[in-house]
Design a protein around this ligand. Structure first.
Ligand code: DGY
Length: 325
């Protein structure tokens, strides 16, 4: 039996890629940047499976370009907002993602952004490099305290829980959360209180976003939301850029509606170099690196390979987004 044909849209760690290459007739896109759309549509033609990143839009056009033999879409990410899952399900195409292995790494980075934004870590670094550090300043670089403050988690899934656990355990924060579903573990383990969105915005000193990006969450952090937050609050987004309205965030940071923001995600990614957000001193931006640790990326590669190979065999995926209920 010939090896199944697959297209892999970027090099991923050998922990997964080696097995895909051993079991499939695999073409791996070798460049740092994603394949241009027309190239992707061409490369996927005749494929039985595709291993995608969050940079690839996987829609009906792409599924058409692949052809009716396409069995599985294995996304190298826990988020799958880049995939039209309904369309895949309609065509009987399995969709896989990579949850679990990046939970702590992502929460770690969300916390790093929180403390960096709250305590001027990056502006302080730049201040030193620019030769502006002349003496110890009693009134300079004053940031926000963390201990005993209120943390508002939007999206209390695995990553939201891990972030809340760090802030509760290490910094004795009071935890509020906003989610469609109650998280009993969070309520039991650190007394997290489920509240409506407005209450969370009003009462939190730190708001950290860990929600999925979908039609209901897109743009939920807009001018109206930022207005409801404390002027001393820090906003952290390590989920997806379009959860916030970037121009509104920029305005809120500029006019003092918010103290600071820490972002691992922007809209678009990367941000345009002339985006005024990049000029603000009270924003810290990382280039979407929350899962960039050895164990997370290897774990993602392993799950992603498993999902792809299982899907090619018509078996249940290890992490199956559109599993039949
Ligand atoms: C994800 O997995 O969804 C992240 O954004 C990238 O690791």
């Amino acid at each position: 039996m010939p090896h199944p044909k697959v297209f892999v849209t970027r090099r991923i760690p050998a922990a997964g890629l080696d097995r895909v290459q051993a079991a499939c007739q695999a073409e791996v896109w070798p460049e740092q940047l994603p394949p241009p759309r027309d190239v992707l549509l061409n490369k996927i033609h005749g494929c039985d499976g595709v291993l995608t990143l969050l940079t690839e839009k996987v829609d009906a056009e792409l599924m058409d370009a692949a052809g009716p033999q396409l069995k599985v879409i294995s996304n190298y990410a826990v988020g799958f907002n880049n995939i039209d899952v309904m369309e895949a399900s309609r065509r009987g195409i399995r969709v896989g993602n990579t949850p679990g292995v990046l939970t702590e790494a992502t929460a770690d980075l969300a916390f790093a952004l929180l403390i960096a934004a709250a305590r001027h870590v990056v502006t302080g670094h730049r201040y030193v490099l620019d030769g502006q550090w002349k003496t110890w300043e009693p009134l300079g670089h004053i940031g926000q305290d963390l201990c005993g403050k209120t943390l508002g988690i939007v999206g209390m899934g695995r990553i939201g829980y891990a972030m809340a656990k760090k802030c509760f355990g290490g910094w004795e924060m009071r935890v509020l959360y906003h989610d469609h579903y109650a998280n009993e573990a969070a309520e039991r383990d650190f007394g997290a209180l489920r509240v409506d969105f407005d209450t969370l915005l009003r009462e939190s000193d730190f708001v950290s976003v860990h929600a999925d990006l979908n039609a209901t969450t897109q743009g939920m952090f807009n001018a109206a939301a930022f207005k409801k937050m404390k002027p001393t609050a820090v906003f952290v987004n390590s989920a997806r850029g379009p959860l916030h309205v970037q121009a509104d965030l920029c305005a809120a940071l500029k006019n003092g509606d918010l103290f600071a923001a820490g972002l691992d995600v922007t809209d678009p990614e990367p941000p345009r170099l002339d985006d005024p957000l990049l000029q603000l001193p009270n924003v810290v931006i990382a280039p979407h690196i929350a899962s960039a640790t050895v164990s997370s990326r290897n774990g993602m590669a392993e799950i992603c390979a498993d999902n792809l190979l299982l899907g090619l065999e018509g078996k249940p995926l290890r992490s199956w987004v559109n599993a039949p209920s």
